[in-house]
Design a protein around this ligand. Sequence first.
Ligand SMILES: NC(=O)C1=CN([C@@H]2O[C@H](COP(=O)(O)OP(=O)(O)OC[C@H]3O[C@@H](n4cnc5c(N)ncnc54)[C@H](O)[C@@H]3O)[C@@H](O)[C@H]2O)C=CC1
Ligand SMILES: O=C(CO)COP(=O)(O)O
Length: 340
Amino acid sequence: MTKVTVLGAGSWGTALASVLADNGHDCTIWARRPEQAEEIMVRHTNERYLPGAPLPENLKGESDLKRATEGSAVIIVAVPTAGIREISRSLNGVLEGPVLFAHVSKGIEPDSLKRISEMMEEEIDEQFRTGIVVLSGPSHAEEVILRHPTTVTAACSDPELAARIQDLFMNRVFRVYTNDDVLGVEIGGALKNIIALAAGVSDGLGYGDNAKAALITRGLAEISRLGVAMGANPMTFSGLSGLGDLIVTCTSVHSRNWRAGNMLGKGMSLDEVLGQMGMVVEGVRTTKAAKQLAESRDVPMPITQALYSVLFEGEEPRRAVDSLMGRLKKHEIEDLFGMS
Ligand SMILES: NC(=O)C1=CN([C@@H]2O[C@H](COP(=O)(O)OP(=O)(O)OC[C@H]3O[C@@H](n4cnc5c(N)ncnc54)[C@H](O)[C@@H]3O)[C@@H](O)[C@H]2O)C=CC1
Ligand SMILES: O=C(CO)COP(=O)(O)O
């Protein structure tokens, strides 16, 4: 049994903490709001984020960060990308020794263009961390909490640390692979949200499966192109954190990114959509970051660019699709990782 703390009591933190509690670990969720911590501790529910789901009775809730992390050997960071720096910094004031971190968030920070593990490395004092693993893959919280079969990958440059996180989470319905390509896993997990937003827009416009398959396939091409230019292993993108997560997020009504895109496609404004969601839609900020990354590395990312124009430049979704379809002729495979 390992003492583990999960930071963030949203849908993903709660679902993953339930996996850990199922596996018999001593698991505490840290929630910002005391009433939410109490709900988890006393009523064994988290109605706002996972309505109707009973949580394991051995799962604890705590809103004091010091008490929540006291004695923990492993900390799982499950807050949205925008909160990563703040929570990481707070840990320096409460931790007493080194712990193993895993993060499960999917995003890139605009302007700094940092991945989650890079932000954590910048903010958490070295004396408090033995390593940072990223856990990512096709995994909607709503299905994990129902104990439906799910597969993810744990990536770290140190294979022993990836294996520790694999062992911690793995059970008969939650299968964890390992990978050493942290960059590729983080880029795939973050950028699939952009394509999911675009797939939602396409569905909202009334387009069909052909359009969605095109977005998934050409989306994978542009994510891989950027990832490889940054130094990722091309094979990572056909794995769970690449193609796997693209499929699940572009085709599921559980996806907040798909749902947000769908509302945009039906004519709502971005502000109206975000006002209605009540949960994080990571792809919006990541679209900004990915556009900046693509420009800084001179990598063509036409779908990202088209979505950016819809989100931030007032472009009509239907016109954005027209411009994508009207691009110059290309070879499908040649220059997949070049400047096509
Ligand atoms: N929901 C899912 O099925 C999955 C989500 N993820 C990723 O996990 C991350 C978290 O997502 P969800 O749990 O779904 O989000 P959510 O919207 O369900 O909940 C976010 C939680 O984080 C808290 N929070 C927000 N800002 C914070 C801050 N600055 N400090 C501390 N807590 C803060 C909120 O109060 C809330 O409890 C995201 O990066 C998402 O892409 C990854 C895989 C699956
Ligand atoms: O990352 C996810 C599933 O793997 C969840 O996606 P959404 O954030 O779009 O709900």
